[in-house]
Ligand binder design. Structure first.
Ligand code: EPZ
Length: 432
């Protein structure tokens, strides 16, 4: 069992580079299979999820060529011309929830698809009813059997789909399926996340006709083929936000490079409201703090609201605030499960349903804690960095799933931490 030993109480100082956005990478990589020619994807993060998705595509018959980039990211050339299978490898697919995007891709390209039913997650039930409703509306026959989703369609027919809830996954799934459908598809009540726009940019560069991404109405005119494209994905604003929050929690002075400041607006605004200094400049932000933050109220919402994926680290910052904060988690019902672990470090957080009442304390103390989900790991890392003494975080192997070389990057900012045990490094997985 891999563990992370964090010796807290050291200010973070210096510069760190955000990698490519995980949740964009896991949408653009499968999208390359819609094309009938090779694509080259740049600025991919060197994380396990990219490694697992690469293996999924190779198992389907695609040929991939990963090339490390000088800045630590990854360029991946994907040649889909050898794809013959339409059944995604179940063992690989179950390791990565976003493997379900292969449903829309393989259905659009080959008229049939089978992917493993995504399991529940540590943050909540995570239904996919809107994905299935949309694919059925496009004319697919969808069945769930033997732990898999099986879909087939002679030809997908464009139509108008109104999403019952604002869903990033369903929006992406239906954009992917609609690119090669006959006629026009309109997705209403669509998610507006930057990685929805990023995917649309890749698809259009490959010859698709997607309009309105970034708004709540996306129109896709089906085309007969996509040619493949070269595309650099956008930076990871959740990774960047995590380093910004860690800088504030350790009263440090950190520059986070390779960001799009606009994508960080909701986090920047909340940090500034809490009294943290955040300066934006071109493609970097500088975060400084020299005292306890002020208490603020936070409600997670779909973009451009405060991102749920930054809520857990941000709640750690609020646990050190002067005053009592209210954090409301509207997206995932299970996103406070790690609070029990934070209590071992001295936080005073009371969870009532989807709301956490966070009474700020002067200091946290190191303890042995266990992380349950990816962002809870990030939150416990931030707590360990801010705490006095040593924190031992178990269950850390998954940190490589979503944070590119987190230990190296934090060490580069002056953090004292060491990984113990056999946690797989992202580099191995990305090199698959
Ligand atoms: C994506 O998950 C991200 N994952 C999540 O990040 C992120 O928290 C979430 O979007 C919200 O931003 C990836 O992009 C791989 P949703 P997704 O569909 O697409 C409900 C991380 O840590 N819903 O936008 O699964 C759902 O229950 C991960 O990087 C339905 O009811 O999220 C939730 O309450 C965690 N039916 C809300 O919509 C559906 O069919 C938003 O979910 C789909 C969703």
């Amino acid at each position: 069992m891999a563990k992370l030993i964090v010796h807290g109480g050291h200010r973070l100082e210096g510069a760190v580079r955000a990698g490519g956005r995980k949740n964009s990478a896991v949408a653009v990589i499968p999208a390359a299979l819609l094309c009938d020619g090779p694509s080259s994807l740049e600025n991919l993060p060197a994380i396990d999820d990219v490694g697992v998705y690469s293996q999924l595509l190779e198992a389907l018959g695609a040929r991939l060529q990963p090339r490390p980039e000088r800045n630590g990211g990854l360029t991946l050339t994907i040649d889909p011309r050898g794809v013959r299978r339409t059944v995604a490898d179940h063992d690989l697919g179950k390791r990565l929830r976003a493997s379900y995007y292969l449903l829309g891709v393989l259905l659009a390209r080959f008229g049939e698809a089978e992917v493993p039913l995504p399991g529940g997650c540590d943050i909540g039930l995570r239904p996919i009813d809107q994905h299935l409703k949309g694919l059925s509306a496009l004319g697919a026959q969808v069945r769930i059997e033997h732990g898999a989703i099986r879909a087939r369609a002679t030809r997908l027919e464009g139509t108008t789909i109104y999403l019952d809830v604002i869903s990033v996954g369903a929006t992406i799934q239906l954009m992917l399926a609609a690119t090669l459908a006959a006629g026009v598809t309109i997705i209403e009540n669509a998610a507006r996340e930057p990685h929805v726009v990023d995917l649309a940019n890749f698809l259009n560069a490959a010859g698709a006709r997607v309009q309105g991404a970034g708004t709540d109405v996306i129109k896709i005119r089906g085309v007969s083929r996509l040619s493949g494209a070269t595309h650099a994905i956008i930076p990871d604003e959740i990774e960047a936000a995590t380093y910004m929050i860690a800088a504030a929690a350790t009263r440090g002075d950190v520059v986070v490079e390779n960001v799009i400041p606009k994508h960080l607006d909701p986090v920047t605004a909340k940090l500034q409201e809490a009294g943290v200094t955040v300066e934006e400049n071109g493609d970097y932000v500088r975060v400084r703090a020299d005292r306890r933050p002020r208490a603020v109220h936070v409600k997670t919402l779909p973009y451009p609201g405060f991102p749920t994926d930054a809520q857990q680290p941000f709640t750690v910052l609020l646990s050190l605030a002067e005053g009592t904060s209210i954090v409301t988690e509207t997206v995932w019902e299970g996103r406070f499960r790690h609070v029990e672990e934070l209590k071992r470090m001295g936080t005073l957080i009371r969870v009532e349903g989807r709301t956490a009442i966070v009474e700020g304390v002067e200091r946290l103390t190191g303890a042995a804690v266990r992380a349950s989900d990816l962002r809870a790991r990030a939150a416990l890392m931030v707590a360990g960095l801010a705490a006095e003494g040593t924190t031992e975080i178990s269950g850390i192997e998954h940190i490589d799933r979503g944070y590119e070389r987190a230990v190296d990057k934090l060490r580069g900012l002056g953090a004292r931490l060491v990984r113990e045990g056999n946690g797989r490094g992202a580099r191995e997985a990305a090199g698959h």
